[in-house]
Ligand binder design. Structure first.
Ligand code: AMP
Length: 352
């Protein structure tokens, strides 16, 4: 196999773990990231220090790479499309377009025959009041774009709550009001599609969030076999509809009757798939590299039950204790400053 070069847009921990997986398969990596000394640059072969939409930097990335991928979904769509005219870009820019805007995303997911929460576009205070009235005063108001880790959201729990100033409180930007879903648990599925159209799904993980940020992913999820099959089928439909290549993460709410409501999709490797590096032979990172490089997908089977815990902010102070546990894989991201809410690393404990 000839060594090829893979470009990665974004220099965070996901880029870092992709670059590590790429190196093991003899690929070189070039990271495009404006911040120097970023987690991915510590392990990639090269970094181009520039903005994600810098035309000259994108042209340079295209020149140096055989294929370009990305580690976050907010790569400007025009930049991704321009890049795709110069070099192969996987996952396809269409996946970015569908995932960047919650309204487009939910419509797309519904179009694949997969239910989501009901929703209304909200572009004014009057829209918000109409939408809340339609949902009996309950709902989750979210920015359509650039929301992550629960940021840019507001929950309305009852009709008694005043909606006054609600639209402006999220910054006078396009919003979406989703109906409030009373779910029993949250799961996600990490799936991959190869260049030849083969799909491989990891087992669904059960996720617990704290302050809007993923705290733990546990395998197996407490769901029935039918619910697991439904998650896989939904993933396969989404991947096929997008002509997707690479790894995707799709989050769902599980209702009391076991049925699934899709919440969102991330066209990239996903935090709730970090457990795969300890509990599967082929991690989500290697799977993504295999997919975008045109190699056969690996077997996604899980050999162990496990729980992945994110180390966020000061959680990193417990590192000495984690290091003393058996069957526990510790993964740190090379960040020096432990700010509140900042993902510093994660640990995966095998349960056996
Ligand atoms: P998101 O940014 O869409 O992933 O939302 C962050 C978290 O907020 C989710 O993981 C859920 O715990 C909660 N949440 C989001 N949307 C809804 C909804 N429509 N109904 C109930 N809870 C929600």
């Amino acid at each position: 196999m000839n060594a090829k070069t893979i470009g990665i847009i974004g220099g965070g921990q996901l880029g870092r773990m992709l670059a590590m997986a790429a190196a093991r398969l003899n690929f070189r990596t070039v990271v495009l990231e404006p911040q120097t000394d970023c987690p991915a640059a510590h392990v990639a072969n090269e970094q181009i220090v520039a903005a994600y939409d810098d035309a000259a930097a994108l042209a340079e990335l295209a020149k140096r790479c055989d294929v370009v991928t990305y580690e976050f979904e907010n790569v400007p769509i025009s930049a991704a499309e321009e890049l795709a005219r110069q070099v192969t870009v996987y996952p396809p820019p269409k996946a970015l377009e569908m995932a960047q805007d919650r309204l487009t995303e939910k419509s797309f997911i519904n179009g694949c025959g997969i239910p989501t929460a009901r929703f209304h576009a909200v572009d004014s205070q009057a829209d918000l009041e109409r939408a809340l009235a339609d949902f009996g005063g309950q709902g989750v108001l979210k920015t359509r774009r650039l929301g992550y880790d629960g940021k840019g959201q507001r929950v309305y729990r009852s009709a008694a709550e005043s909606a006054e100033g609600g639209y402006a409180s999220l910054g006078n930007v396009p919003l979406i009001l989703e109906s409030f879903v009373s779910f029993e648990r949250e799961i996600s599925i990490i799936a991959a599609r190869g260049i030849d159209g083969t799909v491989a799904c990891y087992d669904p993980a059960e996720n617990v969030h704290r302050n809007g940020i993923l705290h733990t992913s546990t395998l197996p999820a407490r769901i029935s076999q039918e619910t697991g099959v439904a998650a896989r089928q939904a993933a396969e439909r989404i991947l096929t509809a997008l002509g997707y290549v690479g790894v995707i993460g799709i989050e769902f709410f599980v209702l009391a009757d076991g049925s699934l409501i899709a919440n969102e999709m991330a066209p990239r490797v996903h935090n709730s798939g970090h457990w795969t590096e300890a509990a599967c032979v082929i991690s989500q990172f290697e799977q993504h590299i295999r997919a975008v490089a045109g190699l056969p997908l690996g077997n996604p089977d899980r050999h162990s039950d496990c729980v992945m815990t994110n180390l966020i902010g000061d959680d990193i102070l417990a590192l000495p204790e984690w290091l003393c546990l058996d069957d526990t894989l510790v993964h740190l991201y090379g960040k020096t400053e432990a700010r509140p809410g900042r993902k510093m690393g994660h640990v995966t404990q095998l349960l056996r």
